[in-house]
Design a protein around this ligand. Structure first.
Ligand SMILES: Nc1ncnc2c1ncn2[C@@H]1O[C@H](COP(=O)(O)OP(=O)(O)OP(=O)(O)O)[C@@H](O)[C@H]1O
Ligand SMILES: [Mg+2]
Length: 493
């Protein structure tokens, strides 16, 4: 009977599915179906991600699409599962974790994994309810697409669906599911899990899978005497360095840089407590639960290195030599500053590197920090100032005018000989007008709570192309209101 009912409900997305991660075998996951939610509704959809998957966005928004992506109908050709991982949380070994609320549908033949986050309990839920709330699901959906719009590697989000089913956090909230998409959701914590349990066969299988699928160049690399696992560690270190450099340059703070939230592909993953800085405060802590400031904005480059060290320890049985493992981490220390400088140079509109750039960059960051000047607005005004020759709107942001003027003078000297229009054009492509500030997300979330999802759609449109002017939308690019600083984002999501 139930077989027949299931088959009647089966939704065919018209996608072909590949074995993907599940080919690793049952040691890596548990098969299970998402748990249904009552009376689901649409909250937001990304037509771009639908296109990447090969889904027709208008079909997607049908009742069948809704049932599939909220997890109420099984999807033809899939065998959903939750994967097991472990990790270090806030610097402490946390033991086994795993997908406690994210359920993989599978991997498409096009090489994209699809997960439903908030789709119900799994064997890895521990004390959790397997659910995600509307508030955090909207933030994850919008920020995934905002990061992609900024050109920063990230997991993507296809859609958010909601239900009036109650979910208890500090207060009673309602449930939602984010359908997210990435070439792989494998984390450092997956490796740590099998290393900590001394399951070297599985550890090797996982590393071989990651190399063959995502880092085939490591197989043939002459680095480290042909040690492919060391080459993998080096490649992951470099991608992570480049990622964190991009976060820092755009003023993005990840609130929970635990090793189970570090992607093996160098993608931004897990949008829980995160924040785009309003005023530039290098010591800003965006996670209310992070009482020690471990993940303060200016700590993130060091934390990423610490996390890579955990990955190195996990890979050690495969690498075979501690010194080689340490050597494979070394390039982080050169790639991070190099990438950071390159990103900051782009923000300054400078096409080539020159001596003194580091001092120029440090100089402006110091000025911004002194007065906690709004980071996004400063860079956008500077871009327009270079274009027009009128830097008064930039000067208006500072009390320390002499300090700023001295810096502006050395910056003008550095640009001498390059047409201002060229510099400004580069800057306007590197300094976004729109970022997902906490208060913007909050307004969209509050409206969505009243079943008005237009705010989510508007923000998505702006954040998909954050370097465009979007005439008439300046209100989304202004200073945060006073109440923005009272928004508290914690691990509770
Ligand atoms: N409501 C919940 N129910 C069950 N497990 C949860 C819940 N919230 C978090 N967890 C689990 O706690 C651990 C740490 O949570 P964390 O906040 O880093 O991840 P997450 O936000 O759930 O998801 P992801 O990292 O997949 O984006 C993970 O194993 C996660 O699955
Ligand atoms: Mg997580």
């Amino acid at each position: 009977m139930s077989m027949l009912a299931d088959e009647a409900d089966l939704v065919d997305l018209g996608l072909r599915w590949a074995p993907g991660f599940s080919a690793l075998g049952p040691a890596f996951f548990t098969e299970l179906q998402p748990r249904p939610l009552p009376d689901p509704y649409w909250v937001g959809v990304s037509a771009r991600v639908a296109g990447d998957l090969g889904l027709d966005p208008s079909w997607l928004q049908s009742d069948e699409g809704l049932a599939a992506f909220v997890g109420n109908s099984p999807v033809a050709g899939t065998r959903p599962f939750a994967s097991v991982y472990s990790g270090h949380q806030f610097g402490v070994w946390a033991g086994q974790l795993g997908d406690g609320r994210a359920i993989f549908l599978g991997e498409t033949a096009g090489g994209l994994e699809v997960q439903l986050k908030g789709a119900g309990p799994t064997p890895y839920s521990r004390m959790g309810d397997g659910r995600a709330v509307l508030r955090s699901s909207i933030r994850e959906f919008l920020c995934s697409e905002a990061m992609h719009g900024l050109g920063i590697p990230t997991t993507r989000a296809l859609c958010v669906t909601g239900s009036d089913a109650r979910v208890r956090r500090e207060e009673l909230e309602t449930a939602a599911v984010v359908a997210r998409v990435a070439p792989s959701f494998i984390r450092f914590g997956h490796f740590e899990h099998f290393a900590a349990n001394q399951r070297e066969d599985e550890l090797r299988a996982l590393a071989n899978y990651v190399i063959d699928r995502y880092y085939p160049e490591c197989r043939v690399s002459p680095r480290f005497g042909g040690n492919a696992y060391a080459a993998l560690l080096e490649a992951v270190s470099e991608r992570t360095a480049a990622l964190v450099a991009q976060w820092q340059a755009v003023g993005f703070c990840h609130g929970v840089m635990n090793t189970d939230n570090m992607s093996i592909l160098g993608l931004t993953i897990d949008y829980g407590p995160f924040q785009f800085l309003d005023g530039f405060d290098p010591r800003h802590i965006c996670n209310h639960s992070d009482t020690s400031g471990r993940y303060a904005f200016n700590q993130q480059p060091n934390v990423a290195y610490w996390n890579l060290f955990c990955l190195a320890q996990a890979l050690l049985p495969l690498i075979g030599d501690q010194e080689v493992a340490v050597a494979a981490l070394e390039s982080y220390k050169t790639v991070f500053p190099r990438e950071f400088e390159a990103r900051m140079r782009a923000k300054l509109g400078l096409a080539e590197a020159a001596e003194g750039d580091r001092a120029l960059i440090e100089g402006v960051l110091k000025l911004l920090a002194q007065e906690k000047v709004d980071y996004t607005i400063f860079w956008r005004r500077l871009s327009h100032g270079v274009a027009s020759g009128d830097v008064e709107p930039v000067r208006d942001l500072f009390v320390d005018r002499p300090g700023l003027d001295a810096w502006l003078q050395s910056y003008a000297g550095r640009r001498a000989g390059t047409p201002a229009a060229d510099t400004a054009a580069r800057m306007l492509r590197s300094n976004p007008k729109f970022v997902l500030r906490n208060h913007l997300g909050q307004q969209a979330i509050e409206a969505a709570g009243q079943k008005d999802f237009s705010g989510v759609a508007t923000l998505l449109r702006l954040l998909e192309s954050p370097f465009d002017e979007h005439a008439g939308r300046d209100a989304f690019a202004g200073f945060p209101p006073d109440w923005a600083s009272t928004i508290e984002i914690s691990c509770s999501s």
